[in-house]
Design a protein around this ligand. Structure first.
Ligand code: SF4
Length: 403
């Protein structure tokens, strides 16, 4: 009996090593992030983990212990599914508590992964331009996401460039599926920001169930304005009809739909309200055009966005004109700066503190905590701009998801 128990403990620890690691680390990092139910699981997992230190007295390959290993695996999966509680609205308190706890490690709660800089559009104000065509191998990207999950990531936003440029979205789709299946224990909500032009419904059929929210960029409902801005591929001017098509697919596949708009010189006097009413996004995020040295301004930049820039007064005028739109979430330059954790194609955090994007070391090389130190991220600014809201589609109503 003693031998059986020792063997079982050893195998429990071995087969769950990578997965229990996060549970074991959580209480040390920020206990307030866990519910009482999580603590029960953490305790169990930690106990098992401790026993991995005991000397094993059996050989791993014996048939008897393989049976035990498979049994444990089934139990472990059930525990992980049980632990994957949807993210709740008390995350603001959690993040604040984590930041305030003396000596606590930083928690990369919400991460924006710009895994490619390539795009099929050519918006004149773009501030994440195609400086490289590099994309990590899939296995490396998965390794990085696992590290972020273990560090406490609860929301992952895929962005670019245009994320559907790479393999028609398959690269991103596989990463999303990985987050929602292999990393299910982490309870990560997944969103995407896309220009919408390359999305196909077959992609929705394959990966839609794993996506919580899809944001499509739209700076105008006027074809001429979109042409002037560069929100088009070649001579195509179907941005608005594609936006409506994607909106319909989101409703069909139960994905929360969002619209992102950059207010600039060419759309600042336009009125969006009628279309926004019709499209019914759960959020309409309205940004003030931002200038970043080396990206869309100054030396070494691929764009010069100066002619797109609008003043605070002009931006406020746009907001006033749309004040009745309930879902509008405004973000001026001050609110944007330093309030996003931006991960580039090499998995380096981009520090925007000096008005340009300065990369940290890659978290794949130095670990998440070390890389975070170079991120320039301001957690207070993140909380102040309302960075925490309902991220999980499980927490949205049927009415919010359908169209
Ligand atoms: S669609 Fe987005 S990534 Fe592409 S050029 Fe426009 S702003 Fe840049």
């Amino acid at each position: 009996m003693r031998i059986v128990l020792k063997g079982a403990f050893w195998m429990a620890g071995y087969s769950s090593q990578s997965h229990t690691k996060a549970f074991v680390q959580l209480p040390m990092r920020t206990s307030s992030i866990c519910t009482a139910r999580d603590h029960r699981i953490i305790y169990t997992a930690a106990t098992d983990h401790t026993h991995t230190m005991q000397q094993a007295v059996v050989t791993w390959n014996s048939r008897f212990f393989n049976v035990l290993r498979y049994a444990w695996d089934a139990v472990r999966r059930a525990l992980q599914a049980y632990a994957a509680v949807p993210w709740t609205g008390d995350a603001a308190g959690t993040a604040a508590a984590a930041a305030a706890a003396p000596g606590a490690e930083a928690v990369p709660l919400s991460v924006n992964y710009h895994f490619t800089r390539q795009c099929n559009y050519s918006c004149g104000f773009c501030f994440h331009t195609a400086k490289t065509s590099f994309v990590l191998p899939l296995a490396e990207a998965k390794r990085g996401l696992t590290m972020l999950a273990e560090a406490g990531m609860k929301k992952l936003n895929f962005s670019g460039g245009e994320p559907f440029v790479r393999d028609g979205g398959r690269f991103m789709g596989e990463l999303i599926r990985y987050c929602k299946t292999e990393l299910r224990w982490a309870g990560i909500s997944v969103s995407i920001v896309s220009n919408g032009s390359l999305i196909q419904e077959k992609w929705m059929h394959r990966y839609g169930e794993y996506v919580d929210m899809l944001a499509v960029s739209c700076d105008s409902f006027d074809a001429d304005t979109n042409r002037t801005i560069g929100r088009r591929q070649g001579s195509r001017t179907d941005h608005v009809s594609k936006l409506y098509e994607v909106r319909e697919w989101c409703g069909r596949h139960k994905i929360a739909f969002k619209i992102n708009t950059v207010v600039n010189t060419y759309n600042v006097n336009e009125t969006f309200a009628e279309h926004i009413d019709r499209l019914r996004p759960v959020r309409w995020k309205v940004f003030q055009c931002l200038l970043l040295e080396g990206e869309n301004a100054g030396e070494g930049a691929l764009r010069d966005a100066a002619r797109f820039y609008v003043t605070d007064e002009q931006f406020d005028g746009f907001l006033r004109r749309h004040a009745r739109v309930r879902t509008l979430v405004p973000e001026n330059n001050d609110a944007m700066r330093d309030s996003y954790l931006i991960l580039d194609e090499y998995m380096r955090f981009l520090n925007c503190r000096n008005g340009k994007k300065e990369p940290s070391a890659s978290l794949l090389d130095v670990g998440v905590q070390h890389a975070l130190r170079g991120s320039g991220f301001d957690e207070k600014a993140f909380l102040d701009r309302g960075g925490i809201y309902v991220w999980s589609k499980q927490q949205l109503s049927k009415d919010d998801l359908e169209w």
